[in-house]
Design a protein around this ligand. Structure first.
Ligand SMILES: *Cc1c(COP(=O)(O)O)cnc(C)c1O
Length: 377
């Protein structure tokens, strides 16, 4: 079977291998069968292994949903009664965490920093030392809107200095940027199958410390479907998900994990880095500029300023590229016209060179000047 290969430069779902696509075509099975629960147990162990967690200390809890479900689960389940969350907020995805807190009526501190700036750790510490009601510190590893990489190890060290729980949204870095939960001071991290793992949509997971999940047994229950302790307990008791899992996606994850181990952590990260460099070379040649300084970038997302030219039309450029098998993605930074090219998925630098030929044609097609001096400035 021939499946058209699209190059997805959006921040997930990612381009997948044909073997991952095909792994979903399996005999029908009831997910309560032993065969299926054994597979989920193996997957859960692998998910902990990817971030170098000790199996006895960390566990992976699976949920049926997109990545946001893991953010929701962590925030609503891990906050003790009368305590507060500190959200380090320097981008659209941290802002989403703030909104989750607001929707659940949780007490929170929204510590805002500019989208193009690393958080000021002295300000973080000042708050932690003053506000004794804070129990959870929350940060986003790779702020997918800009591609800014937050210093999670340092933030985690501060959280632990004050005996607080540190939750990191690693949805857009997990299985790409090497993470070591112990060294990086992470108590909880998360991701979903369709991003770094290069599997299909519908399965998300929280990886975190068992003792802290156990300790949350008596915390206020703020959601029925999205409670971490309940789902964890159900897995412990039965090896199953409490409610119906996304069966075919689970098969795709099993295959994606096989391919992950085969490629290896460092080779995979090198490949993503090659793609990232190729994107930078391409935009430099065309004269585009980045929204945030290169030294703040995670190596997975390039957020590009839209040219300051009335002829620029993102939709048209998108459609031209899309028709030729390349998907580009709009930006997510208020007040800034930008678009994104991302380095995740089963792609390599060889896919990026032809993309830039197509992008250049698309830009020329708008009647814009493409000079050596660049599109703008
Ligand atoms: C993709 C992503 C999510 C989850 O988004 P969904 O659309 O729910 O899959 C959460 N956090 C970050 C940082 C992400 O990149």
């Amino acid at each position: 079977m021939e499946i058209k290969r699209n190059i997805l430069l959006n921040p997930g779902p990612a381009t997948t291998t044909d073997t991952v696509k095909m792994s979903q075509v399996v005999p029908d099975i009831c997910p309560r069968e032993k065969e299926f629960t054994v597979m989920m147990e193996e997957i859960r162990r692998d998910l902990v292994r990817i971030v170098h967690g000790e199996q006895g200390e960390y566990t992976a809890v699976l949920f049926c949903g997109s990545g946001t479900i893991s953010m929701d689960v962590c925030l609503n389940s891990l906050l003790p009664c009368g305590k507060k969350v500190l959200v380090i907020n320097n981008g659209a995805y941290s802002q989403r965490a703030v909104e989750i807190c607001a929707y659940y009526g949780l007490e929170y501190v929204d510590l805002q920093f500019r989208y193009d700036e690393l958080p000021d750790l002295e300000r973080v510490e000042a708050i932690l030392s003053e506000d004794k009601d804070i129990a959870l510190v929350y940060a986003t590893h790779n702020e997918t809107g800009t591609g800014l990489l937050n210093p999670v190890r340092e933030i985690g060290a501060l959280a632990h200095k004050y005996q607080l729980t540190f939750i990191v949204d690693t949805t857009s870095s997990y299985a790409m940027i090497p993470i070591d939960v112990k060294k990086d001071n992470i108590d909880f991290c998360m991701a979903s199958a369709q991003k770094g793992l290069m599997a299909m949509t519908g399965l998300s997971f929280v990886i975190g410390r068992k003792d802290l999940i156990e300790a949350s047994a008596d915390y206020p229950k703020r959601s029925y479907y999205c409670n971490l302790y309940l789902q964890y307990k159900y897995f412990q008791r039965t090896g199953e998900m409490h409610f119906t899992p996304p069966v075919q996606t689970v098969y795709s994850v099993r295959q994606a994990l096989k391919e992950y181990w085969k490629e290896g952590e460092s080779a995979k990260w090198e490949r993503h880095t090659r793609v990232f460099e190729a994107i930078h070379n391409g935009i430099r040649k065309l004269g585009f500029t980045c929204l945030i300084p290169r030294e703040l970038q995670s190596g997975l997302v390039v957020a590009i300023r839209c040219p300051d030219d009335p002829k620029w039309n993102f939709e048209k450029v998108h459609d031209y590229c899309y028709e030729r098998g390349f998907t580009i993605y709009p930006g997510k930074v208020d007040g800034n016209d930008s678009f994104r090219l991302c380095a995740l998925g089963a792609i390599d630098s060889d896919d990026i060179f032809p993309f830039f030929e197509v992008l250049e044609e698309a830009v020329r097609g708008l009647g814009m000047e493409l000079t050596k001096a660049g599109l703008q400035r």
